[in-house]
Design a protein around this ligand. Structure first.
Ligand SMILES: C[S@@+](CC[C@H](N)C(=O)[O-])C[C@H]1O[C@@H](n2cnc3c(N)ncnc32)[C@H](O)[C@@H]1O
Length: 207
């Protein structure tokens, strides 16, 4: 499982990466002055956007190549601090990315949580333990923005996986569905090739 992600980064198969960051984050995020956790962060520009809103941002990412690419491509100087997971800490900005397996990350607690491309990247049998681990890292009343996908899995299969509303609410009963739109045009080409006509990007938020 983890090997396949490392291979994707090595081979440049990172079609999920949004060069301008995620538009729904910009539309729906409200928190500033918080310590934000961004699990399975890749090299997302969203880390920079969240920091510009006055947050102290922590990403966790398996691939060292992705972590280094984030800092190098954005010309952000950083220092490495060895630990259970190596921390790549921006020298002059409130951004840190821990490199390694998220399930071994334990540097909580956080007051805010942003998940895009993380829950939906994981197969169904891992999602529950992923959410339980995330919850263990968050304060009880933490702000949350979670972006999920919904599509007909009898036509196409993930990753990214379809995560139905019932499953999201089973994990996070406090969330409200605040927005949803068809994003098939930005979905993986394999989805369109399989004949999938609609893929909803669904935005969940608390509070
Ligand atoms: C679909 S990508 C999404 C990246 C990012 N959230 C974004 O929106 O661009 C999923 C990322 O999770 C990382 N990943 C997968 N399993 C992981 C794990 N167990 N621990 C940390 N990162 C992981 C992969 O390397 C990949 O960069």
């Amino acid at each position: 499982m983890t090997e396949s992600w490392l291979e994707r980064w090595q081979e440049g198969r990172t079609g999920w990466h949004e060069s301008e960051g995620n538009a729904s984050l910009r539309k729906h995020w409200t928190a500033s002055g918080t310590r934000v956790l961004v699990p399975l962060c890749g090299k997302t520009q969203d880390l920079i956007w969240l920091e510009r809103q006055g947050n102290d941002v922590t990403g966790v990412e398996l691939s060292e190549l992705a972590v280094r690419a984030f800092f190098d491509e954005n010309e952000i100087a950083y220092s490495c601090v060895e630990g259970a997971l190596t921390a790549y800490r921006a020298n002059d900005r409130a951004i840190t990315i821990y490199c390694g397996d998220y399930f071994s990350f334990s540097d909580g607690p956080f007051d805010a949580y942003y998940d895009r491309g993380a829950l939906v990247a994981l197969p169904a049998d891992i999602r529950r333990s992923y959410v339980e681990h995330s919850r263990s890292l968050l304060n009880a009343d933490a702000t949350k923005l979670i972006i999920s996908l919904e599509y007909d899995e009898s036509i196409a299969t993930g990753p990214p996986f379809s995560v139905p509303a019932s499953e999201i609410l089973e994990y996070w009963s406090e969330l409200c569905r605040v927005d949803a739109y068809d994003d098939i045009e930005n979905g993986p080409p394999k989805f369109r090739d399989a004949g999938l006509a609609m893929m909803l990007e669904v935005i969940w938020r608390y509070p």
